[in-house]
Ligand binder design. Structure first.
Ligand SMILES: Cc1cc2nc3c(=O)[nH]c(=O)nc-3n(C[C@H](O)[C@H](O)[C@H](O)COP(=O)(O)O)c2cc1C
Length: 363
C-alpha cells in the first residue's frame, strides 16, 4: 500500500521527511516565569519524527497571556527554557516552529501582571468564559488599543520572532486563528473601530498584515508561517463576510511568500445555520494560496491521505492524536492502532498525559 503521508516536502529552507505536522497544542505546564523546561524537552523530542512540530502557543508579551501557565517567548529566561526544547528536538532529527500568540480580549485582570484590563480592537467583551488562576470567570470588557499600543504590540511580535530564532526554533507561526487578537481585528463582532484598523475588509486585515510584515522583516518569510480559521467562531467572534475577508487576507499574504499558510477546518456544529461560513475553507482557498498549505482539525489517516492525494493540502496537522501518540508517524507507517487520548490531562498537571503515552514497542 502506498503511504502518501510519508512523502517528503519542502517548506522554506526545510526539507520535511513526511507530511505530518504536530499541531500547536496548549498544555499549560510552564514553570515559574512561564518557562519551559526538561519535561517540555522530553515531550517535544518524543514527537520529533513529525515532519514539522509547531509549539504550543506562546505569548509574545505578558499582556498577551490568556490562560494560566502558558509559556512566553518574551524574556531571556523563556528563551533559555525553549533552547532546551529546540536542542532536544534537533538532536532527534526534528524541526520545530514557535507559535506566537496574543490572546487580546480573551484574557482577564487575574492573568495580567498589573491586574489591568485585557486589550482588544474595541471595547467589546467576548462570549464564553476565561480560565484564570482562580477558575473560570466571565469575560471583561477589554481596553480598546490605541494606535500607539497597536504599534507597541506589533513591535512585541517582531521581538518575539527574534527571540524564537535565538531560542533555536526553525521558524515561527503567527497565531491568526481561534478568536485571539489577530482574528478579533479581522472579525466584525469584535472590531468596531472607525480608524484605519476597522470598517472595510482591508482595514480589518491591516493589523494582521502589519504583524506579518514586521515578523517577515525580522526573520525572513521562509521562516514565517501563519495559522487562520476562516470559518472560526471561537469566543463569539462573528464575521458577516468571512469568504471575502479571508480571500483578501490570503491574497495580501501571498505577497510575502511565507513558508506556509495553515488553515483550520471548522467543527460543523459551530457554523450550523450560519450560511456565510465555508464548510471546508481548505478546499475553497487552496487555489488562492500561492505557498504551501497545511490543513488541520478533525483529520484521521484516511482523510489526511485524501487531502494530500487530491491536492487540497500539502501537509496535515494532527492535534489530539499527537498528544497521545508520540510515534504517530511510525504508527501510520506500520498500520498500528493509536493510543486513545485523555482529555483530563490536556491542560495543566505533570508528566501524566504529557510524556508518558507509550510508543508502539512499549504498549
Ligand atoms: C489541548 C489542546 C490545545 C490546543 N492548543 C492550541 C494552541 O495552542 N494553538 C492553536 O492554534 N490551536 C490549539 N488547539 C487546536 C489544535 O491545534 C487543533 O486545531 C485541534 O485539536 C483540532 O485538530 P485535531 O482534530 O487533530 O485534534 C488546541 C487543541 C487542543 C485539543
Amino acid at each position: 500500500m502506498p503511504k502518501p503521508l510519508l512523502e517528503p516536502f519542502r517548506i522554506g529552507d526545510l526539507l520535511l521527511p513526511n507530511r505530518f505536522v504536530m499541531a500547536p497544542l496548549t498544555r499549560q505546564r510552564a514553570a515559574k516565569g512561564l518557562v519551559t523546561n526538561e519535561i517540555h524537552a522530553e515531550y517535544y523530542s518524543q514527537r520529533a519524527t513529525a515532519g514539522l512540530i509547531i509549539s504550543e502557543a506562546s505569548q509574545i508579551s505578558p499582556k498577551g497571556q490568556g490562560y494560566p501557565n502558558t509559556p512566553g517567548i518574551y524574556s531571556m529566561e523563556q528563551i533559555e527554557g525553549w533552547k532546551l526544547v529546540t536542542d532536544a528536538v534537533h538532536a532527534k532529527g526534528g524541526r520545530i516552529f514557535c507559535q506566537m500568540w496574543h490572546v487580546g480580549r480573551h484574557s482577564h485582570p487575574l492573568l495580567q501582571l498589573d491586574g489591568g484590563l485585557p486589550v482588544g480592537p474595541s471595547a467589546v467583551a467576548e462570549t464564553g468564559h476565561v480560565t484564570t488562576p482562580e477558575g473560570k470567570k466571565n469575560p471583561v470588557i477589554p481596553h480598546a488599543l490605541t494606535k500607539a499600543e497597536i504599534e507597541q504590540t506589533i513591535e512585541d511580535y517582531r521581538k518575539a520572532a527574534r527571540n524564537a530564532i535565538e531560542a533555536g526554533f526553525d521558524g515561527v507561526e503567527i497565531h491568526g486563528a481561534n478568536g485571539y487578537l489577530i482574528e478579533q481585528f479581522l472579525n466584525d463582532s469584535s472590531n468596531l473601530r472607525t480608524d484605519e484598523y476597522g470598517g472595510s475588509i482591508a482595514n480589518k486585515a491591516l493589523f494582521g498584515l502589519q504583524v506579518t510584515a514586521a515578523v517577515v522583516a525580522e526573520i525572513g518569510a521562509e521562516r514565517t508561517g501563519i495559522r487562520l480559521s476562516p470559518s472560526g467562531t471561537n469566543f463569539g467572534v462573528r464575521n458577516n463576510n468571512p469568504v471575502e475577508t479571508y480571500a483578501y487576507f490570503i491574497e495580501q499574504l501571498n505577497d510575502f511568500n511565507l513558508a506556509y499558510i495553515h488553515l483550520i477546518e471548522p467543527f460543523p456544529h459551530t457554523i450550523e445555520g450560519m450560511d456565510q461560513y465555508l464548510k471546508s475553507p481548505t478546499q475553497h482557498f487552496r487555489p488562492w494560496i500561492k505557498t504551501s498549505l497545511i490543513t488541520s482539525a478533525g483529520y484521521n489517516f484516511k482523510t489526511a491521505e485524501a487531502a494530500v492525494v487530491e491536492g487540497f493540502a500539502d501537509l496535515v496537522a494532527f492535534g489530539k492524536d499527537f498528544i497521545s501518540n508520540p510515534d504517530l508517524v511510525l504508527r501510520y507507517a506500520q498500520n498500528e492502532r493509536l493510543n486513545a487520548y485523555n482529555t483530563e490531562t490536556f491542560y495543566g498537571g505533570d508528566h501524566r498525559g504529557f510524556t508518558d503515552y507509550p510508543f508502539i514497542n512499549e504498549a
